[in-house]
Design a protein around this ligand. Structure first.
Ligand code: GRG
Length: 298
């Protein structure tokens, strides 16, 4: 991927590469059990901003990673993300009928199928990553461990558990931040580190700088998500708007108010940019993704 491209073109390139990669890494819709495979493809393909793959590719470029290695890492993390959305939308969790502008999987198919789609996408993610062309087995093992930790009870699933337990409670800002570091931040951080691990050896200070960057964009992503939930409409978001307030969920907007939440997102964008300074212009894509996360409208 050439770094001289304008960001919009670079992003469109990664998104299109990922659509093809994901389509090829998922079982075909004709392969038995066909309905399950069709539902998995419905959940993953043709939708989503692909923020996590963008992060994998941007960090990978910084460390001169091979495209084929990046595509597998990015597909794996996007499959985990897609599974989390399918399960999150189910009646036992957030109970939503609209996702990525389409009926959610349990609405389009049925609840049992949605459960299995999530289960199968999760294992498919690790299968896809385990077949990475990455030449160093220790690196590959580190990637698999990273993705497992970011997805499980001390990462995304743990954050979801805290989220479910927080409905109707008055969380402090620190408690809200901790929940989002796990629920959304862990997978975004894993995306950055998977991209970096796909390339040349990382120095300790580089790894620390990427952690600071990931932490800032992870929180910014959630702050902006809360702002959008309170201000945008369902057609723009492609999912049901205003759900946090309706569900009595603590959010940045409910704790800080709209204006202070927007100011916090700006501050986090600056923190992310500052963390990337040691990398100079080579980190341009990661900087642009921080801008995208803060400026996004959906
Ligand atoms: C069910 C195990 C399990 C976990 C669910 C991430 C998550 C945990 C639930 C999603 C609920 C949600 C709306 C969280 C807010 C932040 C977020 C992850 C939004 C969706 O991600 P985007 O905006 O979605 O990257 P697209 O569709 O663009 O991929």
């Amino acid at each position: 991927m050439r770094t001289s491209l304008a960001f919009a073109d670079w992003m469109a390139n990664v998104q299109s590469t990922m659509e093809d990669a994901l389509a090829s890494f998922l079982p075909s819709g004709e392969e038995l059990p066909a309905r399950l495979h069709q539902a998995m493809r419905y959940a993953v393909l043709d939708g989503g901003k692909r923020v996590r793959p963008l992060l994998v590719f941007a960090a990978g470029e910084l460390f001169e990673a091979e495209l084929a290695t990046l595509a597998r890492a990015a597909a794996a993390v996007e499959m985990i993300h897609a599974y989390s959305l399918v399960h999150d939308d189910m009646p036992c969790m957030d109970d939503d009928a609209l996702r990525r502008g389409k009926p959610t999987v349990h609405v389009k198919y049925d609840e049992a199928t949605a459960l299995l789609v999530g289960d199968a996408l999760q294992t498919q993610a690790f299968l896809v990553l385990s077949e990475s062309p990455c030449a160093d087995p220790a690196r590959l093992l580190a990637m698999l461990r990273l993705l497992a930790q970011a997805s499980g009870s001390t990462g995304m699933c743990g954050g979801q558990a805290v989220d479910l337990a927080s409905v109707g409670l008055a969380l402090s800002l620190a408690e809200l931040e901790q929940m989002h570091r796990l629920k959304t931040g862990a997978l975004l951080r894993a995306s950055v580190l998977l991209g970096a691990l796909s390339g040349k050896q990382l120095e300790q200070d580089e790894s620390a700088a990427l952690d600071t960057y990931s932490s800032a964009i992870g929180l910014a992503f959630q702050v902006v998500d809360d702002v959008l939930d309170a201000t945008a409409d369902s057609a723009t978001l492609g999912k049901t708007a205003g759900k946090d307030a309706a569900d009595n969920k603590p959010t940045y907007v409910s704790i800080l108010g709209l204006e202070a939440s927007m100011a916090l997102a700006e501050k986090l964008r600056n923190d992310a940019h500052r963390a990337l300074m040691p990398f100079g212009d080579k980190a341009r894509r990661l900087r642009e993704i921080a801008d995208l996360i803060v400026q996004r409208k959906a």
